[in-house]
Design a protein around this ligand. Structure first.
Ligand SMILES: [Zn+2]
Length: 538
């Protein structure tokens, strides 16, 4: 049975501009019909004299919609909120209270927390403390049936909300906001979370509340920060949405994942999440200014400075990249590296021809420092890996080939992203996908399809063994390795009749050539790749 959705409005800091807000609401309702509720987060009252408020308080003017507001965020406005448990401030305008849950007759659940974060004792009248947050949490989450709430209202933003998400503009979510609210949002799993106080509008991509493949699927959360009423920049301060209370929803409908859903910004693993602690953003590795000249004879210019000017405008003392515990064949600084196979060097990654490759142009994308898998890479290394992928796709496309990529994080110590070009004339992307799926089935390897743009980091935990293949569409097939994974699987499938049809090359040891030959192939690759080489851009 379909439930008629509620039509709600949410609003950022009103700052005492009641007429502006309510005139706007009237205009909207006139145009698109009545809404059920208006929810206000941030500063409802301003610091200006309250002649306007007097008119509402005395009933000369009336809010055109049932309006619920959060309490004070500063000492000046505490006086308006007399009753900590909430009260009517004027006709149609209700103060929700310091903290609690509001359940409408429809069954809609709204959790509210007024004020800003404080760790001082006694807690000021315009703040909440860690105790307030934990009592809310206990009140709501202590039953095993607890699935989440419909709406969470807070005035400050949750700290780190921008992690794994779209840009939050000028607001640095690693610095601003409340970590207590991040923890609360993690536990409460609101479907919508509204906040204000930062004078800007930010609608984050929805994030998931479960860990893929480890926990059952849950509904996603949408975080929306709103600007101040009547701001001169015309940033969005009023947000309209429809919602069916989750209590009345079909379970499958509720947990439907939006296509652009991201990882949870507040946590990294299930263990940490169950502790309800927000996780600080990973510290970004500063750039390693490693370089050496590949082609001295050709007099190629390489600059060791200003390479990374975008991500670090004020470079600090460059930190060394992670070091291997023992000898490593792939750490660029290590003596074991076969430097003659190296064909391109970026800031964090490099390209090398595969030893005994499936073809003459089979290359590896490798981090310069010692990282075991893509899951462990820092953000800036990931960024450069992506840049190499895009560039290689373009490069191979110009040569009539499409790229297949795979990584095996199993019995390997240093990340090697294998990039194998397949002539367009040999097969389609679907043929490649089918070959992997079919041959995996034959060997009882479970391959999961992962949508384009999704990140292995969201699926694999650090330390867990896995294999994945990435098609030229960006689509990935992922296998969580339990035990006894055939080490040559990726190569075998690509060498098989269905794809490259070079079955005798499935073992790399069969494909080794002399060092002179390798030098010649590497030289040729460098020359061909040069027009695409982004590391030469200044
Ligand atoms: Zn290494």
């Amino acid at each position: 049975m379909a439930q008629k959705p509620l039509r709600l409005l949410a609003c950022g800091d009103v700052e005492g501009k009641f007429d502006v807000l309510f005139n706007r609401v009237r205009a909207i309702q006139k145009k698109s019909g009545n809404f059920d509720l208006l929810l206000c987060v941030g500063n409802f009252f301003g610091s200006t004299p309250d002649a306007e408020w007097e008119e509402y308080k005395t009933g000369i003017k009336k809010a055109p919609i049932q309006t619920y507001v959060l309490g004070a965020n500063n000492q000046e406005t505490v006086k308006y909120f007399q009753d900590a448990d909430g009260c009517e401030l004027a006709e149609n305008i209700t103060y929700l209270g310091r903290k609690g849950i509001f359940t409408g007759s429809s069954g809609l659940q709204i959790v509210y927390l007024s004020g800003t974060e404080s760790v001082d004792e006694p807690v000021p009248g315009y703040s909440f403390s860690p105790k307030d947050v934990s009592s809310l949490r206990t009140m709501l989450c202590s039953t095993s049936q607890f699935k989440g709430v419909d709406i969470l209202l807070t005035s400050p933003w949750p700290k780190y909300v921008g992690n794994f998400g779209n840009s939050s503009g000028e607001v640095d979510t690693k610095k601003c906001g409340s970590a207590l609210i991040s923890g609360l949002a993690t536990d409460l799993k609101p479907r919508y979370h509204f906040a204000a106080l930062e004078k800007t509008y930010y609608e984050r991509l929805p994030y998931r509340n479960h860990i893929v493949l480890q926990e059952t699927t849950q509904h996603a959360t949408r975080f929306i920060a709103l600007a101040s009423v009547g701001n001169p920049e015309k940033k969005k301060y009023l947000y309209a949405f429809s919602i069916v209370p989750m209590k009345l929803m079909d379970a499958a409908e509720l947990v439907k994942q939006p296509p652009d859903v991201t990882e949870n910004p507040y946590r990294k693993s299930g263990k940490e999440a169950s502790m309800g602690k927000p996780i600080p953003a990973p510290e970004e590795e500063s750039a390693c200014q490693f370089f050496f000249d590949l082609n001295e004879k050709q007099g190629r210019k390489r600059s060791s400075t200003g390479r990374d000017s975008k991500s670090s405008p004020h470079p600090k003392q460059p930190r060394k990249p992670p070091q291997p515990p023992g000898p490593c064949w792939f750490c660029l600084a290590s003596p074991e590296v076969e430097k003659h196979l190296v064909v391109n060097i970026g800031t964090h990654c490099y390209l090398a021809l595969a030893k005994g490759g499936l073809s003459d142009d089979h290359v590896l994308i490798l981090p310069i420092g010692h990282y075991q898998s893509v899951v462990e890479l820092s953000a800036e290394v990931v960024e450069e890996v992506e840049k190499y992928k895009v560039t290689l796709r373009r490069f191979f496309k110009s040569r009539g080939k499409r790229c297949v990529l795979f990584e095996r994080n199993y019995k390997s110590h240093h990340l090697q992203l294998q990039v194998i070009p397949v002539p367009l004339s040999r097969c389609t992307t679907d043929d490649i996908k089918d070959a992997f799926v079919t041959q995996a089935e034959q060997q009882q390897i479970e391959l999961l399809e992962i949508p384009e743009h999704s990140d292995i980091k969201q699926i694999a935990q650090p330390g867990a063994a896995y294999f994945y293949v990435e098609l030229d569409t960006g689509e990935k097939l992922f296998h969580r390795i339990k035990k006894n994974f055939p080490l040559q699987f990726g190569r075998e499938v690509l060498a098989s009749e269905a794809i490259l049809n070079i079955p005798d090359k499935s073992d790399w040891r069969q494909c080794q050539v002399s060092k002179e030959e390798e030098e010649m192939l590497a030289h040729r690759f460098r020359k061909d790749f040069e027009p695409f080489d982004f590391t030469l851009d200044d």
